[in-house]
Design a protein around this ligand. Sequence first.
Ligand SMILES: [Fe+2]
Length: 347
Amino acid sequence: MFKKRFVSAALIGSAMSALLATSALAAGEVNIYSYRQPELIKPLLDEFTKETGIATNVLFLDKGLVERITAEGANSPADVIMTIDIARLMEAKDGGVTQPLSSEIINKDIPAQYRDPDGQWFGLTTRGRVIYASKDRVPETAITYEELTDPKWKGRLCMRDAQHSYNIGLFASMVAHHGAEYTENWLKGIKANLARKPDGNDRGQAKAIMAGECDIAFGNTYYVGLMMTNEKDPEEKEWAAATKVLFPNVTDRGTHVNISGMALAKNSPNKDNAVKLMEFLASGKAQEIYAEKVFEYPVMPGAKPSEIVASFGAIKPDTLPLAEIAKNRKTASELVDKVGLNDGPSQ
Ligand SMILES: [Fe+2]
């Protein structure tokens, strides 16, 4: 019955060969509830099945993952949750749909700063929240988040919705490093330097830079890779070509990063296989396959990002544990409203 439901959702990773199906049957299966597009995790899951014979079923959801697992209750088929963003990983933990996992293998492969202290979520890749800057109009080669309030950037800064989780993650890191009072003033300075009301997505900021609407913008690293290689929408290649990546705070505390990650579902019916999959995903080899596919950075020190990602320059991630940063998300969100950041530039 379960399988039928997954098949009907047309989300199974691949049509398996008869041989593979036989071995998979013998080794069992594991069910993944994913906020990540199936094609992004397919290469990983294919490799896992090849190595273990364990079949993988992917249920892709674009929203309501926690609600769904909650509604399924004790009979939920969910074994492993895969998602992006600390906000969603914490939402899963706080929503009570995960369970703690203590695996020496995983804890060795994933640095402590990128996993939940209780073992309820684990980061697999990181993405930097960097500055996209105009190649033509921004001669600066280094920048800090703190400097973005400098009046020299007045009318030159673009950003997406300030309440978007990517921005809230960054602002939460400012609160974690500097406190709420500093961050409130910093956000006022950001607002004063805006070129326009926060709008669009990260790629849209690169487009705005190319169009001359602004000179710098907040953006995630992987979108640059996605734009550079976008054969479907080649104009995005031009947006990427007009911008360069500045990694904030490389000379001091490091660049804010967020993660994509995984968690063990609370009522995982195939727990042994789920742990096997999670240990596989934590391995350096799997991190590299994943990072290459999504233009992100593996969390394992020494594991390499793709050539395209490496071409942006070296990233030095902020070393504060992400769980500590994330505690400040609520404060960050309240400060955004308090200073009216989404209302656009100060008069
Ligand atoms: Fe994104």
